[in-house]
Ligand binder design. Structure first.
Ligand SMILES: [Ca+2]
Ligand SMILES: [Ca+2]
Length: 207
């Protein structure tokens, strides 16, 4: 009987470890899928397909050579990406857009970004969005946190000079992934399991 109880306790501990393995609020997630792409004027086909904006950033210029691939969306171009997991507002900045700008040997191209939960409605609910003058940029989405959790990011080129060929989107990430419901349920069930094991141990000690 006691051996069976010990095995049950061990199973509980293992389940707890597994339950907390999924992404939590501290994790970074990347764009996983192109939801919508409307290239603007000057979009350069040689910049590659829109899915160059998926996954971790990799584009930089060194010794007269370009490495990695980005998606030049063109003047006024639009790109909507689905992230690998839902994300929300956490401490500090929450959303990163890696535009190929001066920090990696390119030119800064201004753009605007929004976040959405269904791929249709985006926040902030205006035409301004979160504005950047270009380059690797981070945004605090706390002003729209109540509409989350989010799964989509919309990016629009914001060049009004007509001099440039549009924002070059290398990657998009969110810093604060929201645990999936299944992971939360599993974690809650494991916590109950672990508390039960603790109570059983305490009862045995009192016998
Ligand atoms: Ca925040
Ligand atoms: Ca650029």
């Amino acid at each position: 009987m006691r051996k069976r109880s010990m095995l049950a306790d061990l199973a509980c501990v293992a389940l707890c470890v597994l339950a907390w393995t999924p992404k939590s609020m501290a994790d970074e997630v990347w764009a996983a899928e192109v939801h919508r792409y409307e290239p603007g004027d000057g979009a350069v086909p040689g910049d590659g397909p829109a899915d160059n904006a998926l996954g971790p950033w990799d584009t930089y210029h060194q010794n007269n050579t370009w490495y990695g691939y980005a998606n030049g969306i063109g003047r006024g171009g639009l790109l909507e990406l689905k992230m690998e997991l839902p994300f929300g507002d956490g401490t500090g900045d929450d959303l990163m857009v890696y535009e190929v700008g001066t920090s990696v040997g390119g030119a800064n191209d201004p753009f605007r970004a929004w976040v959405g939960r269904d791929g249709v409605n985006y926040y902030p609910q205006d035409n301004v969005g979160f504005y950047s003058a270009g380059d690797h940029s981070s945004f605090d989405i706390s002003s729209v946190a109540s509409f989350g959790p989010f799964l989509y990011v919309r990016i629009c080129d914001a060049d009004t000079s007509g001099m440039y060929d549009g924002a070059d989107i290398d990657a998009v990430s969110a810093n604060h992934a929201v645990p999936e419901p299944a992971a939360v349920l599993l974690a809650a069930s494991s916590l109950g399991c672990a508390l039960g094991a603790l109570r059983r141990r305490r009862a045995r000690r009192m016998r």
